[in-house]
Ligand binder design. Structure first.
Ligand code: TMP
Length: 248
């Protein structure tokens, strides 16, 4: 992939805090998002949990198109890498406009299960699309918004795929070759190395409880500095959409 453009305009900023979770298949992102949301909520923060592709009704419909294993007349038509990227970015445009930005404008903490780094890892490193083109297309679709902090839940590809099989969570991406998933994994590691200030790389082989504690240790110092805690409320966590099944 070509190098990242250094000429990008500075991204928009909002009163809230935008945090993303990234990682290969089966890394436990969904569980950790939910755990962190609970912790933030008990500490008086307003939280929105959301995911990509998805997070609005239209974006969730695009997710189904992208991830459902193909049957019927669609079975023999492959989705091209460019079509895949365009669908992911179409969903992101809906998601950023209708869900993420309004929540950040209200000062909420947005926890997002995958975002643009997944596009670079899957469509860039995995499918071989040009990084610069993906970045431009992404910024065109979203206005260039970036997370403040990104957790990489890292584990060996084979272990993640095994976890997915065990949990019977198989989608169109899981059917890709091991080599594809290895390229995606290498992509995440490269991205995390290139922007160490934003990324926190964590060992997702440790127990979910240990991982959750480590995540909180990273977040704790940021929360009071980034936004002022609100009065404690009984329920201040919102789900952008109700996923049918929780996915790792
Ligand atoms: P997940 O919700 O279980 O992580 O599944 C989402 C799938 O979508 C996963 O295989 C990664 C893929 N994906 C992309 O290929 N590109 C993207 O930009 C995003 C956000 C996800």
């Amino acid at each position: 992939m070509s190098s990242h453009s250094s000429q990008r305009k500075s991204p928009p900023t909002y009163p809230g805090l935008f945090i993303t979770f990234e990682g290969p298949e089966g890394s436990g992102k969904t569980t950790q998002c939910q755990h962190l949301a609970q912790w933030l909520q008990t500490n008086g923060q307003s939280v929105l949990i959301t995911r990509e592709p998805g997070g609005t009704p239209i974006a969730e419909a695009i997710r189904n198109l992208l991830l459902t294993k193909k049957t019927g007349p669609q079975k023999h038509e492959t989705i091209t890498p460019v079509c895949e990227a365009a669908l992911v970015l179409a969903a992101r445009s809906q998601h950023v406009t209708h869900t993420i930005v309004p929540a950040l404008q209200k000062g909420m903490i947005v926890l997002c299960d995958r975002f643009f780094d997944s596009t670079l890892a899957y469509q860039g490193f995995g499918r071989g699309l040009n990084r610069e083109a993906l970045t431009r297309f992404n910024d065109f679709a979203t206005g260039g918004i970036r997370p403040t902090l990104t957790f990489l839940l890292d584990l060996p590809v084979k272990e993640g795929l095994q976890r997915r099989k065990k949990a019977s969570k198989q989608n169109r991406m899981d059917q890709e070759s091991l080599a594809f998933h290895e390229r995606v994994h290498r992509g995440f590691i490269t991205l995390a190395r290139q922007d160490a200030k934003r990324w926190r790389k964590l060992d997702a082989q440790q127990s979910p409880e240990q991982l959750a504690e480590e995540i909180i240790r990273h977040i704790q110092p940021m929360v009071p500095k980034s936004i002022s805690p609100r009065k404690k409320r009984t329920s201040n966590t919102r789900l952008a959409t109700k996923p049918k099944k929780s996915r790792a």
